[in-house]
Structure formats: C-alpha cells, structure tokens
Design a protein around this ligand. Sequence first.
Ligand code: TNX
Length: 532
Amino acid sequence: MSLPVIPAPATTTTHDGTYTLSGTSGVVVQSPALAGTAERFVDDVRRDSGLALSIGSPGVTVLLGDDGLDSVPPVAGLRADGDEVDERHGLEITTEGVRVWGPTVEAVHRGLTSLRQLISTHRQDDSAVLPLGRIVDGPRFAWRGLSFDVVRTFHGPDEVRRVIDMLSLYKLNVLHLHLTDDQGWRVEVPSRPALTEVGAAGAIGDRPGGYFSQAELAELVAYASDRHVTVVPEIDMPGHSSAVFTAYPELGPSEARSIDLGNGESLQLGTLDPGRDETWEFVAEVLDAVIPQFPRSAYVHIGGDETWGMADEDHAAFVEKAAALVRARGKRVVGWQEIARAKLGAEDVVQYWLDLDVDKMSENPDAPTPPEELLPVLLEGLRKAKYDAPKALEQGARLIVSPVTWLYFDRPHADASSDPGQEKARERLGLKFYGAASIEHGVSWDPVDSVSGIESTDQIAGVEAAIWCETITNSEDLELMLLPRLPGLAEKSWSHQTRTDWPAYAARLARQSPAWRNRSWTWHQSTEVDWI
Ligand code: TNX
C-alpha cells in the first residue's frame, strides 16, 4: 500500500496498525544540529493541521544518520546553492513512535516534510492516527523549482512567503524570481535609484507597481533558506528591458519601437545595446548590487529570451559578455534557452521552455495575430528555438526543463469554470493561446523524454515550472493557478517514478486539501479530483 505523500517516495512499506500523535506528543532531538529543524516542523504541523506538538515530549525522534539509505537511487542535476547536499532520508512509524533520520540537516527536514503530510492526511479529532510503515526516500533531481513573475503583477513579500511555504510542503527547493521585465523593475540598485523610483512604478495596465527593498529581500531569502529553498534572481537582459529605458532613456534604443498586439498589450522591440560602454557600466552595477542580496544562490539568471528584432551577433555578444561578468563575480550563469545561440561554458545552465510547434501555430484559433510586419521576426525566432537545446548540450551545458506544454502554470485550467461562484474569474485566467491543461496532463510526462536530444538524466540540471502573471491580477488568482499544479511539479522533479499512475496520484492529491484549507490557500477545485 502506498502512503498519501507527494511526491511519491522511492520506497514505502506499510504494516497493519497505527501510532497516534496527540496534543501531548512532541519531538525528541537526538542530534543538537537538528534543533532548528525540529522547531520549524512543530510550527509547520501547527499551521497545516492545528496539532500542537512540543519539543522534548516523546512521539517523533529526529537524528542524523544514514542507516538503510543505500537503496535510494542517486540524485541527478545541480543544486542552485552550488553545494552537494545529501537529501536522502528515512521515516519509520512503529507502535513505539516515529523516527526520522538522514545524513544532513536538510535530509531530516525533507523527511519531516513527509511526516507533516502524513499528519495532515491522518487527522482525527485532536490527534493524528498514523499508519505503521517505513519510507526511504531521496530526490531524482537536485534542482526543483518555480520561476515566479513578480513583474507583470507585483506580488509583495507576504505572497512570496506563501509561495515559499507551498514549495516547502512539496520538497521543492528553488524559487527563481523574475525580477525585471518590460513592465517593471523590482529590485534595488542603490547607484541607479531611478530603476525603483521610476521603473518600479507600474505593472501591466493599471495594476499597482512595487519592488522589494534590500531589507525585504534579506528577510525573504532567510525565510526561504530556513525551509531549504534557494532564491535565484533573474535580471532579464538584453530584451524585456523597457523598464530600464523608462528609468534611464540613454540606455535605450534611439527610437522606441513597440507593436500593438491588439489585445491591450504591446510588444517592446528595444534591447540593451552590447556595443555601448554605458550598457556594460549599467550591467556591472546591477550585478554588483543584486548578487549580494541573494547570498545562497550560486547562480544569476540573465534572461536572454525574446530579443525580437535584435541581430543574432548582437544577442550572442551580449550574452557572452553578460555571462563573463557574472562568472567574474564568482557566480554561475543560467539563462532562458535562447542563450544557447551564444558561446557557453560547461558550467552554464540553459532553461528550456519553447516546445511549441511553430508550424502548427497558424492552426490555433487562439494564437495571437501579430501585425504583419512582426510575423516574419516572430516565426524566425521560434524556428531557431528548435536548435537551442541541442546547441546547449553540444557545448556541455546542462538544461533546466521547463517546457510550456508541461510546466507553464499560466496555461488555463481545463475545467476552469468548475469552481462555484467563480466562473468569471476562472475564465479569465491563463493565456488562451497555450490551450487549457488538465491536472492529469500535468503529471503525464517525463522530464528526460520531454526534450529531444536528451539521452541521459545527467544532461538535466533540474526541473522548473513557470508562473507568468499577464492574466494573474492578485494573490487569489496566483494561488488558483499554482494549486493543484505545484504538487505535480514535485512529483515530476523529486519522484523516481517515471510514469505517474493517475488514479493513485489523484487519490494522494485529494488528501492535500485539509492542509491547504488550514493554510487558507486558494486552489482550483478541479473536477478530476475527489477533494476531501
Ligand atoms: C514567454 S518564457 C516569456 C514571458 C511571458 C510568457 C508567457 C519566457 C522566457 N518569456 O515573457 O510572460 O511567455 O507565458
């Protein structure tokens, strides 16, 4: 029998019988290094389940050790913090109590995360009546993340903390913050005050702007770190830079060119110019200010996507120089797949996203109909995308797998109008052009098979979903698009099961709702799942 844990553990055994954790139970810490982890767990259990455990009382014992963990398959990929941390752990529930162990603090934290889920899925009255059994587990991929667009709609620190809580409940360990784009600049650069004074003022349409102060980011990074989540900053360059040009027009194109997409949005064609000294002074100042604000991240994401109309040589020159500036500051480079058109190093990471078939797009009635003058530029860019992943792999770089088809959480929900009373809101969420996606669809794929040209798991750095916020206007919208998809991302990036058994997964998913309710997270009540 399986236990209702998401992502599915590497091995699970169950036995008849139960062990009950009650309000008088607690956590015994056998290794002093685990004191903070135990406190975090007690706090999380209270928030997920309302059960108040206390430190020092018998019930759950936590300790450092690697007994019996050899059966867990090895992890692949790279960690965003650049460390090598063993996340394998064991969790055993006997009639005597619960024991959670692993060789590192982080490993024990992951094991306690499974226990958090078991507690919230086995609540009865004032207790949690746990099934007897044993889990031995560890991740398939080291980098398991979410890319979060805080530009198109500004989501402030409270909401970012809620997203970190969601990541943490599903053993996800990277929050990639998309901090800059055409509509706004969300991170402080003290030597360039206009970026936040002017560039942060707006968002899409008349949505409010905003940015994270250095103090707020320090708190968020610490909050994430406490939950073993690394926050990776993205400064999107040289395209998607209109907010820079609003703040510092001298860095922009001499003539602003934007194209009305006919849906109230316009596409900006200007890019930072690699041929100008001012560009490089700017990029260096930005990196010098941003890097120290993300001390746990070994990477800086330099964007590199959708530089419509920019000459290939200019794009490559920009990427190569920006990458060199990142490396010179002791950080590694990650960028959207278009950076593979430039010369990369084996340490670099390329985020694969564009798996749309250009030649089928004209058949899609919901596809945007760009003005005629733009069409050739768009089509050419999209056709080149086919070669990006192979080019990255040829250069020895590794891929973060984020295909639109499987991992763009801004795809509309398949049964969008099924949430009672919310039909209108649901209908407006997600980019229609991508087509709707069901929850089952979200777990019906495998990261290794999803990119043509990948032959082995070793070519993958990790797996990341993306939530873009063009259609997402507030926290409720955001949560509706993240849940219940986020647990599916965990299933695909952590679990070693390459095929997900949908009925079994749907049954595990259905049991997540009490914790979500307790946390007051909004979720899309998909009709594919019998929510409890
Ligand atoms: C493409 S994915 C973009 C974003 C949009 C997104 C909408 C990527 C690197 N660029 O600018 O928000 O599509 O899904």
